[in-house]
Design a protein around this ligand. Structure first.
Ligand SMILES: [Zn+2]
Ligand SMILES: [Zn+2]
Length: 256
């Protein structure tokens, strides 16, 4: 494979590692406690999240919990209905940062997630993690390849996370009566997060696919870990809080 093509492929793979960490660790585990992992698996996710995104889990969880508390109404940190589609699609990271550092959101929504010693000495230092991540790419691909891979990863990761919040609250189908939307194509690219209407209806569910035909790749990984006793899923079936939309296909239960 030509070096540039290899670097692009590596960038996409690193992006997907970051996406998987974001959905099945930061989102479904830290923010919603829908699934818990053994200490070893949790540490692996902490390290991978740090290396690929530099995100502080308690900040991410706080901003996201605020999004659930004020979905598409005043107070939502990244609502395309309030802020416009393109602002959320393209500037999602800036909106996230502003909310994470507002001095109130983390204190209010992440009381249960105090920083531990490892956070203070290691994981709270985003640039150390990202620098190490790039260092690993340099060892494998050389400077040029590493910069291409890091650029591909950064752009695709930011755009996909923007899409979950922007497309996921603007375009797509609605199974339940809330303002979020389902997009299966986006779910394939985001390890399941595109099934966002389902998620808002049942935020404590580890599985985002609710009916047969909906596919949630993140759930496949959780199911694999659970079968190996490396993960514990809180609810066997999603606890749906919103009424189904009348026109939505009733469907049948998804494969567990
Ligand atoms: Zn949402
Ligand atoms: Zn959520």
């Amino acid at each position: 494979m030509p070096p540039v093509a290899l670097a692009v492929v590596v960038g996409c793979v690193v992006c997907q590692i970051g996406i998987v960490c974001t959905t099945i660790y930061l989102h479904r585990s830290v923010a919603h406690r829908a699934v818990t992992y053994t200490p070893t698996v949790r540490m692996a996710f902490r390290v991978l999240t740090w290396l690929t995104t530099g995100i502080r889990p308690r900040q991410w969880a706080a901003v996201h919990r605020r999004h659930h508390a004020y979905t598409d109404v005043e107070g939502d940190p990244h609502s395309p209905i309030l802020l416009g589609f393109w602002k959320v699609q393209l500037a999602n990271a800036a909106l996230y940062r502003r909310c994470a550092r507002d001095g109130e959101t983390v204190q209010r929504y992440a009381k249960d997630l105090p920083p531990d010693r490892l956070d203070r000495v290691l994981f709270d230092h985003a640039f150390v993690g990202l620098g190490l991540g790039i260092g690993i790419l340099v060892v494998g691909l050389g400077w040029e390849g590493a910069l291409i891979a890091a650029a591909v990863h950064t752009v695709t990761y930011l755009l996909l996370n923007g899409a979950i919040n922007a497309i996921g609250h603007t375009f797509g189908s609605q199974r339940y009566d809330n303002t979020a939307r389902n997009n299966q194509w986006l779910a394939f690219l985001t390890a399941g997060e595109g099934l966002h209407n389902n998620h808002h209806a049942a935020p404590t569910a580890a599985r985002l696919a609710h009916v047969r035909g909906e596919l949630d790749p993140g759930w496949w990984i959780i199911r694999l870990l659970a079968r190996r006793r490396l993960a514990t899923v809180r609810l066997a079936t999603p606890k749906v809080q919103h009424a189904p939309v009348a026109s939505a296909w009733a469907g049948t239960a998804a494969d567990p």
